[in-house]
Design a protein around this ligand. Structure first.
Ligand code: ATP
Length: 417
């Protein structure tokens, strides 16, 4: 038996280690066993930071979570229906689940779940490198449970499924496989590659919500385009959507998106708009429907064809800032940002950037009420005047409240003459 107790002690920040040890102690006091599993064990060996810990309990995870959270700072969220709980302290989160076995009635469906042993629980997992557990029982702290050769696959940089039916049971694992492969710079093991190609068509049975979740997780990676390239080369990208392309064009745009966002990660809807940019109207529509995008994302995506049209008008030689504003005012900022990265025209880019960085924030200092006090009658005339003031502000003809007042006075005097 390999023991990684010392590695765990060196890897986890002291306060998290104390919490994990406390959880192991509470479980033991109830005659139950608890384990760290999955990503944290993998990342511990890889020396990659991971503050999302998963804990499996052979017993009652909910009761353990409640006892653990008692008297500690942090937030406990329980899901009694699933027998799971999450305990959060700042950026750190600990998921507690009861060990279980899963069986799949049909491909792509959600599994039937029963309580089980840690071995059962590891068998339901996706890849050998994610199917390791380390005991946190005080008497055997750090004992490694590795029934599928996860450590050896980690050493050989391999992504390997646990059994032949894995991708059929859960086709979302196709995306998970490519995500880990590209993130860790590993390789799909030979049989795993064959099975992935063979079974990826089962993706049609996966619900839009689950598929979208996988796409979002890809887009949260440091270099999402690598996953799309790889999927394209393996011939599986079409199972996300028939018309998507994972090519150099996309990579260049994603790179530019990262550059433009500085130290932060690009907005996921910006990545999404770039991914979908070259889809035609039909393909875009079916992409939005298939992946059941939420309101914000769907709006950004639906805006692509409209904005593409608007870009022609933005290329006009003579255009005041107010003209730029009116062309873009009803478009989505993420989609406009995508257009900045896509357009070949320096003039169009400059105007898009002008809109994003300043025009869209332009507001008047004077309100209708202020105008009323200055003697402007309410109604059509006031509306016209407010719009004209906004134009003047957009075009930089007025920049302060006093400027606005002066302009209104001039208009009123002109009206008297
Ligand atoms: P990441 O760094 O991407 O968050 P993670 O390993 O923590 O990696 P999660 O998606 O949080 O990934 O899942 C936690 C664990 O649950 C995984 O390590 C894996 O063992 C298991 N798991 C998650 N999704 C699946 C799945 N679709 N099929 C089988 N096992 C899964």
């Amino acid at each position: 038996m390999i023991n990684i107790g010392k590695n765990i002690e060196a890897y986890l920040p002291p306060e998290i280690l104390a919490l994990v040890k406390a959880a192991g102690g509470i479980a033991a006091s109830k005659g139950q066993r608890a384990y760290l599993v999955g990503g944290v064990v993998r990342d511990l060996f890889l020396k990659r930071r991971n503050l999302d810990l998963d804990l499996v309990v052979e017993g009652d995870a909910l009761a353990l979570a409640r006892q653990l959270a008692k008297g500690r700072d942090g937030k406990l969220v329980t899901h009694p229906r699933f027998g799971t709980a999450t305990f959060k302290q700042g950026a750190f989160s600990l998921d507690l689940v009861t060990a279980r076995s899963e069986t799949y009635a049909e491909p792509g469906a959600l599994p039937t779940v029963k309580p089980g042993s840690i071995q059962d629980d590891l068998f339901r997992r996706d890849f050998s490198i994610n199917a390791m557990a380390a005991s946190i029982d005080p008497a055997r702290f750090g004992d490694l449970i590795d029934p599928y050769g996860g450590k050896s696959d980690l050493d050989r940089h391999l992504i390997r499924v646990l059994h032949q039916r894995s991708f059929k049971d859960d086709p979302t694992r196709v995306w998970r496989a490519l995500r880990y492969e590209q993130r860790l710079d590993f390789r799909l093991e030979f049989d795993t590659t064959t099975q992935l190609r063979r079974d990826s068509a089962m993706m049609v049975r996966v619900s839009g919500d689950r598929l979208r979740h996988e796409l979002e997780r890809i887009l949260e990676e440091d270099y999402p385009e690598k996953v799309f390239y790889r999927a394209e080369r393996l011939g599986v990208l079409r199972h996300l959507h028939l018309a998507l392309e994972g090519n150099g064009w996309l990579g260049e745009r994603f790179d530019m998106a990262r550059e433009a966002s500085g130290s932060a990660k690009p907005d996921i809807n910006l990545y999404l708009a770039l991914l979908a940019w070259r889809l035609d109207d039909e393909a875009l529509k079916s992409f939005i429907e298939r992946l059941k995008f939420g309101r914000e994302a769907a709006r950004a995506l639906r805006d692509i064809p409209r904005l593409k049209q608007a870009l022609h008008a933005l290329a006009a030689a003579e255009l005041m800032p107010s003209g730029v504003y009116h062309i873009l005012e009803h478009h989505r900022p993420e989609t406009i940002q995508a257009a900045v990265l896509v357009t070949d025209s320096a003039l169009v880019r400059q105007r898009l950037e002008l809109y994003l960085s300043s025009l869209r924030f332009v507001v008047l200092s004077l309100s209708g009420n202020d105008l009323k006090k200055m003697g402007v009658a309410q109604g059509k005339k006031m509306g016209t005047m407010l719009r004209a003031l906004k134009e003047a502000r957009l075009n930089g003809e007025v920049t302060t409240r006093e400027d606005e007042r002066k302009l209104v006075r001039r208009w009123l005097n002109r009206g008297k003459r």
